[in-house]
Design a protein around this ligand. Structure first.
Ligand code: ZN
Ligand code: ZN
Length: 311
């Protein structure tokens, strides 16, 4: 019997001044080649934001060790998981102004500093024992659709840059406790600075985000699955790659409605929104939807790979 391939995955970030991002990019590419690592890393002058994967645990450990040495750190919160699908196809480093885009490059979290972080245990204590707080999901609407914390406010933003405006429009009481969370914690590191600038003193962020929480408290206050930006689509309560969702071939949202394409007979999953749209609800791809609309009675060639995650 063939043993299924394993992919060892780690998500991490660090706000730390990187003087020469180009030089860092070369270092990361060399290290990835040496250790067999794939993934997506965003770097900028303000730091590094990464999800990487290697086919063996020693390979992933070697990559982490190289990162720690390069950044001159003794520790870093690595959020680890495993999958039997490859989360990425290749290794890529992007250089950006901000390593997580809020549109506020002037707001960089203090190096190594803690800023109102709650551990998963502290987070649970507030959720279970306190009443007078508001908890806000800072992620995009398509991420929140498949899972979130019980009782969380959902801003329904398309992208993180809309979060400050959401807070402004809703005018939550500034003396009330505000809890914010995201996938791996990095968005909140910037989000909290923006809120503190607006005068929220009692704002707290979930340390390491949902991924860190699920590691300690599966099947507790977080319900559903946690969307991730790679081929896994989401991780379930046990941090395993989603068995339930694929990406919708029409729009890229999480999808779990099974169909057989009317044009090419490919079996696939489409999302709730597209299953309400005439041409999309019966087709497996943009291509098939387009051709079926033109020639409703013709069959077409099977679409082997209806959707590819852009990495
Ligand atoms: Zn869709
Ligand atoms: Zn098709």
């Amino acid at each position: 019997m063939r043993t299924p391939a394993r992919y060892f995955i780690s998500t991490f970030y660090k706000f730390q001044k990187i003087a020469d991002p180009e030089q860092m990019k070369l270092f990361l590419e060399e290290t990835a080649a040496r250790t067999g690592t794939i993934g997506l890393i965003i770097i900028g002058h303000e730091g590094i934001n990464a999800t990487v994967s290697a086919p063996t645990m020693p390979g992933l450990d070697a990559f982490k060790k190289a990162i720690l040495e390069k950044l001159n750190l003794t520790e870093l919160m690595f959020k680890d998981s495993e999958a039997d699908v490859a989360p990425f196809r290749r290794f890529k480093v992007k250089i950006r102004n901000e390593i997580v885009t809020l549109g506020t490059p002037e707001l960089t979290p203090p190096e190594g500093g803690k800023n109102h972080h709650l551990s998963p245990t502290e987070w649970n204590e507030v959720l279970k024992n306190e009443k007078d707080y508001v908890m806000i999901d800072t992620r995009n609407w398509y991420e929140t659709k498949i899972g979130t914390f019980k009782g969380a406010v959902n801003p329904k933003t398309d992208q993180f840059t809309e979060f400050p405006q959401f807070m402004e429009e809703n005018n939550f009481a500034k003396d009330k406790k505000v809890l914010i969370f995201c996938t791996g914690g990095i968005r909140c590191e910037k989000g909290i600075l923006e809120l503190q600038r607006k005068g929220y003193d009692e704002v707290y962020q979930l340390d390491g985000g949902i991924l860190n929480y699920l590691k300690e408290y599966p099947n507790d206050q977080f319900e559903g699955e946690c969307f991730v930006f790679d081929h896994r689509v989401a991780v379930d309560q046990n941090m395993k790659a989603s068995a339930k969702y694929k990406l919708c071939p029409h729009c890229g949202q999480p999808a779990n409605t099974a169909i057989d394409c009317k044009r090419c007979d490919t079996h696939t999953l489409i999302c709730d929104d597209c299953s309400n749209l005439t041409w999309k609800q019966v087709t497996c791809s943009k291509n098939c939807a387009y051709h079926l609309e033109l020639h409703p009675d013709r069959k077409g060639e099977r679409q082997a790979q209806p959707y590819e995650f852009e990495d």
